[in-house]
Design a protein around this ligand. Structure first.
Ligand code: PMP
Length: 361
């Protein structure tokens, strides 16, 4: 043995499993496990990609001025208070790195996004789970779980993998009730699927202890580009920029994200198409005895009788070339998370689940 040891907490981090788009022995595979936009990205982004005669021998800008200016312009936000990262995952990492460490606690809801405990363990902080009420974030439970050691509270609104959402008043009550020195992260990965929702931007303006995070991975159809951003007070952004690698985004990433944010017509179109197919899929599943909560996102959390049935259905879907997401690790062993794909994918998955429920396994 070399005696080389990782930092405390590192070995508590589970290796990430997921993201696969293949099923052994099956040719025609439909992936509905990562909440990707089935329509892809807009033509404006494809054009921008074709045109980027980029000087790749040069390091990129360290400040992402043009992307931040575009985001600020489109959303009516101060560009100086925006920070960009490699997906919103990296922005969540900046926050955790800068504000929590060994001996601190990080609180998140029972069925919260899988990155939250990973981030806590990464910095040696203790992950603390607050119970939910029927798969909906419970603000009182979060407040009750907080102590003077709590440095960060993560809440995705709408939430992954439940798809549910709480109101702006509840988020404000949460921000107001947190211990002194604790940051509320309003994770807005699915904001754009909710028409007219500001993703927590107003809350950031009104409360100095709130950070909003957003992503290009979902409605913009750019999961592979890896760009996200955060919005907070100038004081917090100045701190976060100190833990950001100066060249964290390539010029390809920033140029395409800028083109994407300027094309809000695409966002509107994708939101409408997602809403239409989401209702269709939820109703189709309900009719075959698979209920789900009203989703505010681009996925549905399908509920089965128990873990055995959910797993058997997942196995059956896989045998049919359909990849959905088991969410046992999120404390939802009797559920499967199904991304709202394009119309043929929605029909295909509903049909296969119908066959499974009808005993054709
Ligand atoms: N927050 C939530 C709630 C998510 O579901 C995701 C993606 N699954 C992310 C953050 C991170 O997204 P990205 O890093 O692709 O921006």
């Amino acid at each position: 043995m070399s005696g080389i040891q990782p930092q405390p907490g590192i070995m508590d981090i589970d290796l990430y499993v997921g993201g696969t788009s293949t099923v052994e022995g099956v040719k025609d595979v439909t992936k509905l496990s990562s909440n990707e936009n089935p329509l892809g990205c807009s033509d404006v982004v494809k054009d921008a990609h074709a045109k980027t005669g980029l000087n790749l021998h040069r390091y990129p800008s360290t400040e992402h001025e043009e992307l931040r200016a575009a985001i600020g312009e489109v959303h009516g936000l101060d560009p100086a208070r925006i920070i960009c990262g490699v997906g919103s995952d990296e922005v969540l990492q900046f926050i955790t790195h800068a504000y929590a460490g060994v001996g601190d606690e990080i609180v998140y809801p029972q069925h919260g996004f899988s990155m939250y405990p990973i981030l806590a363990n990464m910095v040696g902080a203790t992950p603390v789970v607050a119970v939910e009420r029927e798969r909906v974030v419970d603000v009182d439970a979060i407040l009750a779980a907080c102590t003077e050691k709590t440095k960060i509270v993560f809440v995705a609104n709408p939430a992954n993998p439940t798809g549910t959402m709480i109101g702006g008043n509840d988020m404000a009550r949460l921000a107001d009730g947190l211990p002194e020195g604790c940051i509320l992260v309003h994770d807005g990965a699915y904001t754009e699927y909710v028409q007219g929702f500001d993703g927590g931007a107003g809350l950031v303006e009104a409360r100095s202890n709130v950070v909003m995070t957003r992503t290009f991975s979902k409605i913009y159809g750019l999961g592979g580009l890896r760009v996200g951003w955060g919005y907070a007070s100038q004081e917090i952004i100045d701190v976060l920029n100190r833990v950001r690698q100066p060249f964290n985004l390539s010029p390809i990433q920033t140029a395409l994200a800028e083109a994407a944010v300027r094309d809000q017509e695409w966002v509107t179109k994708c939101r409408a198409e997602n809403a239409r197919l989401r209702s269709w899929l939820a109703e189709a599943l309900m009719e075959i005895g698979v209920p789900s909560d009203t989703s505010c996102t681009n996925f549905i959390l399908a509920r089965f009788a128990d873990q055995a049935e959910a797993e058997a259905c997942d196995d059956y879907l896989k045998s049919q070339g359909l990849i959905v997401r088991r969410v046992t690790g999120y404390g939802l062993p009797n559920c499967l998370r199904i991304t709202v794909g394009d119309e043929p994918s929605c029909r295909r998955v509903a049909h296969a689940i119908g066959q499974f429920k009808g005993g054709a396994r």
